[in-house]
Design a protein around this ligand. Sequence first.
Ligand code: CUA
Length: 313
Amino acid sequence: MINDGFRLLPEQGSTHAAPVDLLYFFLLGLAACVTVVIAALIVYFSIKYRRGNTHVDRTPGDGHALALEITWMVIPLVVSMLIFGWGAALYFSGYRSPAGAMEVRVVAKQWMWKFQHPNGRREINTLHAPLGQPVKLTMISEDVIHSLFVPAFRIKRDVLPGSYAACWFEATRTGGFHLFCAEYCGTNHSRMIGSVVVLEPADYEAWLGGGQANESPAAAGKRLFEELRCAACHLPETGPVRGPPLQGVFGREVTLKGGQTVTADENYLRESILRPGAKVVKGYEPIMPSFDGQVDEEQLIQLIAYIKSQAVP
Ligand code: CUA
């Protein structure tokens, strides 16, 4: 928790924290064991083979000890593969959000964190979150590389311009937790900090309902979709079909002109709005104009949220 004195490790505030700490202590213990063994051997050999000790056999061996050589290759291999597998499993569990996680959109810029909740409520540098529910953060930067770091949750993820990054957490205790930018991003990098405030689910619901009237990202995206006249080409019922229909496209594989397939995720949709010619869907002409410069990052997020909400019934 914020301001609770000195501690060697941040407290464990999410389901991800204890497994990360376990790996950390394993690595620490392993390093300590190796250090102790090497130090002990140095001391032992330097005494045993000291100059003038006539009680030891100093005849050189034949230079080969197959069993020993195999042992010192196999043991490190097994140990390093164990660390690799363990670390990879933790990485995947930390950055692949579980299905059904509540989605919070994050836009980073010099020098602040902007958060938007599913019902549209916005906040800056403070993130309210419910206890015991998975929360997915879909993040992008408006300028340079930032990095979202919540030590108590053991999550840290670079936030890049031009591409969405995601991570998730499930808080296990209520309270306030530090939030940092962990990538040097200019003059006020050190002040790009904030807090995550974990509330009981009922309190979080009450908090969500407070504030001014909110428009959800999907609703704002629908409005934008109409304002930018996307429907003229992308909704079959409103005109000739000049662009691929967008209903139910999110998360699906789409086949491109060249025959390759891509998954229509956030990054694909974003690219297709800004650079429509980059990955043209099979059966369509590259006639869509670019919306680069016409929509900002928040509007892109809204458009994508709208497309995402258009699941096939
Ligand atoms: Cu943003 Cu450092």
